[in-house]
Write a protein that binds this ligand. Structure first.
Ligand code: ARG
Length: 456
């Protein structure tokens, strides 16, 4: 028996039912559904739809349904098409016909919006806590490597020396923005659609503000047509996770690259590397590859929902049922991935010797140009002169510092004997001490700001 069978003389086709039912995935919203119903029962009691006794009976019944779910004892029956119908069916079994009064003035359209928003609000908190942990792991590693030198890259070509802490902290700030984005999504998710009815609003004098507040929302929606079809919050949540996934994928790519034995900058802990079934020497960075791979899936979930939404007429349409699997999948993907990535970062060994060995003097070419700039040469000319020096060093097959003063003089009379001081990686890094730079002094400030942000 469905809850809406009155106008039909034949039962729903079995195959349509399989297509139509969402109980298989939306049952994970049982807590939110029951919380929404308990608050709604109180609200319609205040509006005079239920007597206080009826409300008490219904609320006690709903608590019992919740207990059954919590105990894993809830039994699905044919006709339980989604979590809303399943809860109401069981409630009515438990408390009798009075259970049928709960849905007065309510539609599954405002109900599902309410449940799903409550679910996303909880999900945001979970992801935010996991991000806090990952930021903590990055911070912990960075603090160990404020003075550790490594090559910095642009275009994946050796560019300038940097400190390893600076590299690690760059991901801290990406995650800080991800957390801000989630907080922003939270603000727009925290709006209650309950009391919008199917689309046109409710004829009962429900105090929608009080109802929203009882459920922990910060406000209630202003337009019932919008409220029952608004899935912006789901799309925004998926976007926040897709961009977070993109950041994790970039971190993963660095981890994969830097753990390649040719570079050997980092070593993944044994617990977070995998072997090959065929090649005994292999040590594969699978968790990082999975992080990189999962980003595709997260982006796919976002794209899928946007495409579902784009052509919908006003107001609720069953297409909207597609919102949940995408969101659940992105959430599950992220909450499986984040703890592993946090552990990977936490247990990562950095190899300062390998990083130092990968520094080459051409990475100081900018410093050499800056040396000429300090002596008054316009930067563009200095760039050209140093370019010639780099080319000459390559021709002679020697590092930049081995060019004789005579040769340098030939390129610019501004070169003097103390030019040798330029060829010092630590000094190069230390010069970049303006806020946001790679110098240990600047990185210490950055780490201070990060600690304040985390409250540690
Ligand atoms: N299972 C549906 C969903 O997830 C609930 C709302 C159904 N509303 C309706 N009028 N059929 O969207």
């Amino acid at each position: 028996m469905t809850l809406w069978g009155g106008r039909f003389s034949e039962p729903t086709d079995e195959q349509l039912r399989a297509l139509n039912d969402s109980i298989g995935f939306d049952r994970r919203m049982y807590r939110q559904d029951i919380a929404g119903s308990i608050a709604y029962a109180r609200a319609i009691a205040l509006a005079g739809v239920l007597t206080p006794d009826e409300a008490d009976t219904i609320i006690a019944g709903l608590r019992q349904v919740l207990a059954e779910f919590e105990a894993g004892a809830f039994e699905l029956k044919p006709g339980d098409e989604d979590i809303h119908t399943a809860v109401e069916r069981r409630l009515t079994e438990l408390v009798g016909a009075v259970g049928g009064k709960l849905h007065t003035g309510r539609s599954r359209n405002d109900q599902v919006g309410t449940d799903f928003r409550l679910w996303v609000l909880d999900a945001i908190s979970v992801v935010d806590r996991l991000l806090n942990d990952l930021q903590g792991a990055l911070l912990g590693q960075a603090e160990q490597h404020i003075e550790t030198l490594m090559p910095g890259y642009t275009h994946l070509q050796p560019a300038q020396p940097i400190t390893a802490a600076h590299w690690l902290m760059s991901f801290f700030w990406m995650l800080a923005r991800d957390r801000e984005r989630l907080a922003d999504v939270r603000r727009r998710t925290s709006v209650s659609p309950l009391g919008s009815g199917a689309l046109a609003g409710t004829p009962f004098p429900i105090d929608r503000d009080a109802l929203a507040e009882a459920l922990g929302f910060h406000s209630c929606s202003q337009n019932s047509l919008d409220a029952v079809s608004d899935r912006d919050f789901a799309a925004e949540f998926l976007f926040a996770l897709a961009l977070l996934g993109t950041h994790l994928s970039r971190l993963a790519e660095d981890i994969i690259l830097y753990s390649n034995p040719r570079l050997g900058f980092i070593t993944l802990d044994d617990r977070y590397s995998t072997g090959s079934s065929l090649m005994p020497q292999k040590r594969n960075p699978d968790p990082a590859e999975l992080a990189r791979g999962k980003a595709g899936r997260l982006i796919g979930n976002l794209t899928g929902l946007l495409v579902t939404l784009k052509g919908l007429p006003s107001t609720y349409n069953k297409d909207l049922q597609e919102d949940k699997e995408a969101v659940f999948d992105s959430f599950d993907t992220m909450t499986t991935l984040l703890p592993v990535i946090t552990a990977v970062v936490h247990t990562l060994s950095l190899n300062p010797n390998a990083m130092r060995a990968a520094l080459t003097e051409d990475m100081l070419a900018t410093d050499l140009a800056d040396y000429l700039v300090k002596k008054g040469l316009p930067f563009r000319q200095a760039h050209h002169v140093v370019g010639q020096a780099v080319s000459e060093a390559a021709r002679q097959n020697v590092p930049l510092s081995r060019l004789s003063l005579e040769v340098l003089h030939g390129l610019s009379p501004l070169f003097e004997v103390e030019v040798t001081e330029v060829f010092d990686f630590a000094a190069s890094v230390a010069r970049r001490a303006a806020p946001g730079g790679t110098a240990p002094a600047a990185v210490r400030q950055q780490i201070e700001a990060a600690k304040q942000m985390l409250g540690v």
